[in-house]
Design a protein around this ligand. Structure first.
Ligand SMILES: C[S@@+](CC[C@H](N)C(=O)[O-])C[C@H]1O[C@@H](n2cnc3c(N)ncnc32)[C@H](O)[C@@H]1O
Length: 272
């Protein structure tokens, strides 16, 4: 029998699977010949296996003291090898498969470069849940989103008139893997707090956010003064939200250039 050519789908199951998993992602999982799961939650893992018995967890590649970059390289090798062997392969992450998910992006890149069909389907990320749970519209005021260590190491700076989202605050400067359920590096959180205090006042309210992973649970939303951030309960699943401190200044020259000056004056006068 002639074997078909291997192909790859990078999928995300959302934060609360299966209710946040798209029908197209579920369909890809069901029809795959090999499924690799990269999810943290045993219930989600179980659900994926119930859709397709040819599911293998790549979670076992993590180990304490091992550099995560080595783990990610091994994940990519496993995925790419299965596609080269002619299988229809899926890799399934939680959230969105393209957000903070190097092995999935890299697998798509490598496989496309080798001439295979490789796709990535969107999923509901932790940030999407944050917008919904905290009532944030990212285009009102704008929104910058950084991995926390990247934010610090590259001195990204902040726009205090916009929203700021920092991912992986529980694992700042940690390149390995730990089993601790609390913050992996409290010193990193202390440094992050000091850096944010260079711009924001100590009483500026920030939110340590954890989206609910089960439909029966509620999101964890801890509102703390920035100066107290090191005492907050932070885990590897926490995302930090820093709301705007001020409104953006209006560029009068640009208003005139765009022909908007009259409209803005009219609106301010209540007639627009
Ligand atoms: C490796 S990234 C995975 C992101 C995931 N692919 C997504 O689309 O949301 C892990 C980081 O995602 C964020 N995260 C994961 N689960 C979360 C949750 N339940 N609530 C809030 N943030 C979460 C945290 O910032 C965590 O450190």
């Amino acid at each position: 029998m002639k074997r078909h050519r291997g192909s790859f789908s990078a999928l995300g199951i959302g934060i609360r699977a299966p209710s946040q998993t798209t029908p197209e992602a579920s369909a890809r999982i069901k029809r795959a010949e090999k499924v690799f799961s990269l999810v943290a939650d045993p219930l989600a893992e179980y659900w994926i296996s119930s859709l397709n018995q040819n599911t293998e967890s790549l979670g076992a590649l993590y180990s304490v003291g091992k550099d995560r970059r080595d783990t990610y390289r091994e994940m990519v090798e496993r995925i790419v090898d299965a596609v080269r062997a002619g299988l229809r392969v899926c890799a399934v992450a939680y959230g969105h498969p393209g957000v903070a998910a190097y092995p999935l992006h890299e697998s798509v890149r490598r496989l496309r470069a080798e001439g295979f069909d490789a796709e990535m389907l969107p999923g509901i990320s932790a940030e999407d849940c944050l917008f919904a749970d905290l009532g944030i519209d990212p285009i009102v005021g704008g929104c910058r989103s950084y991995e926390a260590t990247d934010f610090l190491v590259h001195s990204r700076g902040v726009d205090t008139a916009g929203n700021l989202i920092l991912w992986q605050v529980g694992a700042i400067a940690e390149t390995g893997f730990k089993l601790e359920r609390g913050a992996w590096n409290p010193h990193g959180i202390a440094v992050l707090t000091e850096v944010l205090l260079e711009t924001y006042p100590p009483n500026h309210e920030v939110i340590v956010y954890e989206a609910a992973q089960l439909p029966v649970c509620e999101a964890l939303i801890q509102r703390v003064a920035l100066a107290s951030l090191p005492e907050a309960h932070i885990t590897p699943m926490s995302t930090l939200f820093v709301p705007p401190l001020s409104k953006p200044a209006v560029d009068q020259t640009m208003l005139r250039r765009l022909g908007m000056a009259k409209k803005v004056v009219a609106r301010a006068g209540g007639s627009g």
